[in-house]
Design a protein. Structure first.
Length: 130
C-alpha cells in the first residue's frame, strides 16, 4: 500500500519501520487490501517528514503520528497537529482513536473535513478523534 500511497517512497528512508500488518476490507463488490505500518520518526526529523509527506502522499491516503501528547495527521497538501488529552486502546497494531484537548476539537473538525474533501480520504478509513 505504501507504493500506492506515495508518489515517491524515498521519504520512508527517514522512518524506522517497527511493524506491519495486512488489513482486508470489503466494500460491497470491492475488496481492498492495505498494508499498514507502525513507524518511528525522531523529533528532529518530524517536521521534515511532515512537509515531505504533504507533497508525496497521494489524494485518498493519509498518515498519522503521535507521541502521546500530540497527534500529527498528514494529507496531500496539508497537515494538522492536534493536542491530545488521551489515547485509545492499542488493539495490536497502533492506536486508532484519540481524545483531543477540548480547545483542539475545532481543529480536528477542520482536519477531518479537509481529509474527506480535499484529501479525498474515505471517511470509513479515518482515525477517530473525540
Amino acid at each position: 500500500m505504501i507504493d500506492e500511497s506515495l508518489r515517491d517512497a524515498s521519504v520512508l528512508s527517514k522512518l524506522s519501520i517497527l511493524g506491519e500488518k495486512i488489513e482486508e476490507n470489503g466494500d460491497g463488490y470491492r475488496r481492498r487490501i492495505r498494508k499498514l505500518y507502525t513507524v518511528g520518526v525522531s523529533d528532529a526529523a518530524i517536521s521534515e517528514v511532515s512537509k515531505a509527506l504533504e507533497k508525496q502522499i497521494r489524494p485518498g491516503y493519509y498518515a498519522h503520528f503521535t507521541n502521546g501528547k500530540k497527534l500529527l495527521v498528514i494529507f496531500h497538501g496539508k497537515s494538522f497537529v492536534i493536542k491530545l488529552k488521551g489515547l485509545g486502546e492499542d488493539k495490536g497494531f497502533g492506536i486508532g482513536s484519540f481524545e483531543a484537548e477540548p480547545e483542539d476539537l475545532p481543529l480536528w473538525a477542520a482536519a477531518y473535513g479537509y481529509g474527506i474533501t480535499e484529501g479525498k480520504v474515505d471517511a470509513r478509513y479515518m482515525i477517530t478523534v473525540k
